[in-house]
Write a protein that binds this ligand. Sequence first.
Ligand code: PAF
Length: 284
Amino acid sequence: MQQTFTIAETWDLLDRARAEGLRIGLVPTMGFLHQGHASLIRASAAENDLTLTTIFVNPLQFAADEDLSDYPRDLERDFALCEQAGANIVLTPSVDEMYPLPILTEVAVNDLSSAMEGAQRPTHFAGVTTVVAKLFNIGGRCRAYFGEKDYQQLAIVRRMALDLNFPVEVIGCPIIREANGLAMSSRNTYLSPEEFDAAGVLNRSLKSAVALAEAGETDVEVVRRHIIDMIETESAVSSPDYVAIVDAATLQPIERMAGDVRIILAAQVGRPRLLDNIGVTLPA
Ligand code: PAF
């Protein structure tokens, strides 16, 4: 496994690999890697000949009052995980390498970025899509792997790739969970042991909502209320910021529980806001 620090040296390695006919996989991350990231790297290593993992805590996607300065970092542990999971190149660019000048060009995906996380964090997705566009330009023609934990992000990145003709196939990978159902996230490190246990209610509430819908409940409001009521039984978990029940492909709110549905929520648990979601296919 090779570590690179600059875009130019990464391009050189990827140009050479492509000249040899190798297929490239890209796994963009912000580091402090966990088994969710490992599953993305493993998926890439299984489907491609060379996997580039990037580790970059992107300042553009943090609002002024968010945790940019103390976002968890542990590069040594990250490299070990990358190597074990099958990465071939790990790019760890500096902020100056990624943003040599104050950025004047932004990439924003309208509509899809405005609800859910976009409503809570109005500048977040433009920061994500701008850096992912840059990472796609570094990766070139490739497959790029993103976790379904950030379901809205995945949909936005997929649409950006389509709208702007990036030569990138965006691949979503299943959420990897802790034993209590909590979706793995670098920010779980902020949780106390009690909060960690309590946060299991997020996934339990989603699974219970799916069971309710599968048993025939078609009223979206009843399903949403069911989730909120369950979450509110855990005093360490605040009432959800949102519980969105949407069409899995378009992310548009639906009126009845039918077809390909995604239920997406976010709730504050102690310091971090945690995201989770679940998919279900119901009779039309
Ligand atoms: O999901 C993340 O870790 C980040 O939003 C990403 C896609 C690496 C962009 O910084």
